[in-house]
Design a protein around this ligand. Sequence first.
Ligand code: SAH
Length: 253
Amino acid sequence: MANNIYIVGMGPGSEEMMTGEALHALEQSDVIIGYTVYLDLLGSRFKGKELMSTPMRQEEKRCRMCFEEAEKGKKVSLVCSGDAGIYGMASLMYEIGKEYKDIELSVIPGVTAANSGAALLGAPLNHDFCVISLSDLLTPWDKIEKRLQAAAEGDFAIVLYNPSSHKRKDYLMRACDILLGSMEKERACGYVENIGREHTKVAACTLEELRNREVNMFTTVFIGNSGSEIINGKLITKRGYQIERNSDICRDN
Ligand code: SAH
């Protein structure tokens, strides 16, 4: 029978935010492979498993490790934070998988930072939205700029992944400057840091304020659309319902 590898989205960090299906896949596995930070987040529950890792930036090596372990007859899970198919390892696994015809792959969905971050901020994605990564490691910056401009032009709510890293400290500022070229500086925005982990931080602010905020590689940023509002500290993108306010009802009566 063909060996199977689970490509598991573990959600933002805490076990409560992992799906039952993801937990089940990990429990079924002999080996769990992933970036060290994610293996550490899994905690003691999976200490009995064989845990294998490669440093950051060695993604191809990590994927090959999965296939090699599966070929030995072991049940393997590859863990990614959030969802494995959103800036994760799922597509690379399918690309490399062409060389390993006997091994089947199953992607187990996870709660991506856009969802978990949106829930903490309120409801910033309750209309059409798009997701853009500011990392130019695998995408040229001029393409990222074009996508930011196009998203602004389309009046999408926008989620920014990878807004900063040690080497790319000013990328959020650069992205905000592009958006400020066509958006008003009061545009409702927000950001969330360390979702589902220790020291979670949630903030709503204007686009002008966002430009000067310090973010890091564990921050996800939200830009509202032209109708978004900060209501009682929460970032809200409206569906468009016409609501009757209580005061109107009282006056009419
Ligand atoms: N596959 C992941 C995304 C990996 S790209 C997912 O679906 O969520 C890495 C980026 O994801 C980070 O730079 C950050 O923008 C976001 N991110 C991932 N985990 C996060 C967390 N716990 N808190 C806040 N942002 C997070």
